[in-house]
Design a protein around this ligand. Structure first.
Ligand code: HEC
Length: 153
């Protein structure tokens, strides 16, 4: 093999190794990214059910409200699990600021949990006409976090 070909071969091999490394990096994050998006999808589904009740587009039903807010509270506890360090690359809208400013992101997650607990408490005996206001605190918690840490679509 000539010197030139050897250099070429070395270059090809290192290019292959490099892409294998970046591929494995990406696939390492695939599962947590899928997980957190799945959690958020569920959060949205149950949030929408409560929101429909707050808007009056479906009838107020306390039993249903308690069930939905219970799901939201449970999901809020899972909401930070999929945000493992560095997983802002790949099929995701998570911003790198999540990890560079983890304390603030975690605080936004904790605020989310506090608001779901409050809403679950409200569902027990809060007045029907107070649901809209009660839900707006939770909506703000979603929005504040998305504004800072989720890339716009
Ligand atoms: C602590 C921060 C935080 C809170 C609170 C939060 N989200 Fe998110 N949400 C995110 C981030 C970050 C993403 C982007 C995740 C990704 O693409 O990997 C996201 C993604 C989503 C998505 C898109 C999921 C997908 O499949 O791409 C929906 C829908 C969503 N959130 C709804 C909500 C709703 C509704 C609430 C409140 C009830 C909420 N989120 C609260 C941070 C948050």
């Amino acid at each position: 093999m000539t010197q030139k070909n050897l250099v070429r071969l070395t270059l090809i091999i290192s290019a292959l190794c490099f892409s294998a490394v970046s591929w494995s990096e990406a696939s390492r994050y695939e599962e947590p990214i899928r997980y957190r998006k799945a959690v958020m999808t569920l959060v949205k589904r149950h949030y929408d059910k409560v929101s429909a009740m707050a808007k009056g587009s479906v009838p107020f039903n306390r039993e249903e409200l308690q069930q939905q807010t219970g799901y939201l509270e449970m999901l809020s506890k899972l909401s930070l699990d999929g945000f493992i360090v560095g997983s802002h690359e790949g099929d995701t809208k998570a911003k790198a600021e999540i990890w560079s400013d983890w304390a603030r992101f975690r605080a936004a997650g904790e605020k989310f949990q506090v608001e779901t607990v409050k809403l679950k408490e409200f569902a027990k005996k809060g007045p029907q006409d107070g649901l809209k206001a009660a839900l707006s605190d939770l909506t703000r918690a979603c929005k504040n976090c998305h504004d800072d840490f989720k890339a716009a679509s």
